[in-house]
Design a protein around this ligand. Structure first.
Ligand SMILES: Cc1cc2nc3c(=O)[nH]c(=O)nc-3n(C[C@H](O)[C@H](O)[C@H](O)COP(=O)(O)OP(=O)(O)OC[C@H]3O[C@@H](n4cnc5c(N)ncnc54)[C@H](O)[C@@H]3O)c2cc1C
Length: 418
């Protein structure tokens, strides 16, 4: 008998799942809360559009490199003019050794930058492709708020019953996931981590050589505090932006294919692994973000120069580096009033050491924005029920477009898709 499968959310993971199972005879119903395919709230694949092929980043599961590359090509094939920026991080031994020597752990990856603008058409083209397949049915403006596991099937909050439900709601679907795990706590395998830190902005010329060589330089560093610190999401000639969650605002960055600034920005994040009896890393991170917002004013983030960040002083003006973030979205303040000392010290230690490898990184007039936070979803167990599966970022197993897509693809394979 034909299996009836519900996929909740139409994001990167759902794309992987549907692509792999589209010819398997399943009857697939996709429930997406956004109004339509053009809606700005739909799928994180619109976010920034750097596709990585790497063993060392993107998630906590192992994804075969050939599958990663195959999925990159899949996305590129859906762009209109197949024009992407490409590069390699730390495949050049000279750079690898230069960082390694000073205590950094360089992360190797190949990447393909599709760009925020082109990603919109990719999502639209993929949707048009799936829509033509007769066993795939899209239901927009359908936010699923609950699921109920029955003996041999599963019911959605809209009353419909399916053989299997695949939850691919990303981070924006945390409300649904929280509801499911409070009903079925046996699904949780791990919840202990949060990444807290800043977004750093400096003139392009300081990191020009690195940007040219690898575009995205990803490194980890064990700081003197014991915390692991890492760079994340490097944006050459990019822009700093804010990101609004339900009840707080954080900072982020992006790069566009056409419009370019004269600054580079990247995140510097310290990973906190909290231990028993504490088990609410999201709560902890949110409180710190809210404290920063309290100082900055509603919906705003804090900004100061690096020397003031280091010496705990409020900045009053700029010298040579000017912020790319819209001036209505930040306040000149002191991040030291919001962040715990151990995080601040870890970040300063990281920047001072990076300055030895890349001179100018610790210039006093470089810019520091906060809060930047990366939450890890609870790591969920896909072997708990035979009718309920989690794919992509909401499963805690992935943190990138390619890993999320691959996760969906592999779960489809596990369910018998050919
Ligand atoms: C600012 C930003 C920049 C990023 N840049 C990059 C990058 O350059 N490269 C990279 O690899 N990754 C990047 N990421 C991460 C990447 O976007 C995610 O890892 C990826 O999109 C995860 O895919 P997913 O399918 O799990 O979730 P998503 O792609 O987020 O899709 C989830 C979908 O579920 C829908 N949904 C949520 N709740 C419900 C519900 N209750 N009912 C129905 N539908 C629901 C949402 O509307 C959404 O369409 C970035 C993320 C952000 C926030």
């Amino acid at each position: 008998m034909k299996q009836k499968i519900a996929v909740i959310g139409f994001g990167a993971a759902a794309i992987g799942f549907i692509e792999k199972s589209k010819d398997s005879g399943f009857e697939i119903h996709v429930f997406e809360k956004s109004k339509d395919i053009y809606s700005s709230s739909i799928s994180g694949i619109r976010a920034d559009g750097k596709l990585f092929v790497s063993r060392e980043m993107g998630g906590d599961i192992e994804i075969d490199m050939d599958l990663q590359k195959k999925l990159v090509d899949y996305y590129i094939n859906f762009t209109n003019d197949k024009n992407v920026e490409t590069g390699h991080s730390f495949t050049n031994e000279v750079y690898y050794k230069k960082f390694y020597e000073k205590g950094f752990q360089p992360i190797t990856s190949d990447f393909y930058h599709i760009g925020t603008d082109q990603l919109k058409e990719v999502l639209y083209n993929i949707y048009e492709h799936f829509k033509k397949i007769k066993n795939i049915h899209f239901h927009f403006e359908q936010e699923i708020t609950e699921v109920e596991v029955l003996e041999k099937s599963i019911r959605l909050s809209n009353g419909e019953i399916f053989d299997k439900v695949i939850v691919g709601v990303g981070r924006s679907g945390h409300k649904l996931v929280t509801k499911i795990i409070s009903k079925y706590p046996q699904l949780i395998l791990d919840n202990s981590k949060v990444d807290l830190g800043i977004r750093y902005e400096l003139p392009n010329h300081i990191v020009e050589e690195l940007n040219k060589e690898m575009y995205e330089f990803k490194i980890r560093y064990k700081s003197k505090t014991g915390y692991m610190v890492r760079t994340f999401c490097n944006n050459p000639s990019g822009y700093v932006v804010t990101e609004n969650y339900d009840d707080f605002t954080t900072v982020n960055g992006h790069a566009k294919m056409k419009e370019k600034s004269t600054n580079t920005n990247f995140a510097i994040l310290a990973t906190l692994k909290l231990t028993q009896p504490f088990n609410d890393p999201i709560g902890y991170g949110s409180y710190i973000a809210k404290l920063a917002n309290l100082l900055a004013g509603d919906g705003k983030v804090l900004l100061q120069t690096y020397s003031h960040f280091k010496n705990s002083k409020r900045s009053k003006n700029w010298y040579r580096v000017f912020p790319t973030l819209d001036e209505n979205k930040y306040i000149l303040g002191d991040i030291n009033l919001a962040f715990p000392r151990r995080i601040i010290e870890s970040i300063i230690d990281f920047i001072e050491n990076l300055d030895i490898v890349v001179p100018g990184v610790a210039n006093p007039d470089n810019l520091v924005y906060a809060p930047e936070i990366k939450f890890y979803s609870n790591y969920l167990n896909n072997n708990t029920f035979s009718s309920l599966y989690f794919i992509g970022d909401c499963s805690g197993a992935t943190r990138s477009i390619i890993y999320a897509t691959a996760h969906g693809y592999l779960v489809a394979e596990m369910l018998g898709a050919k």
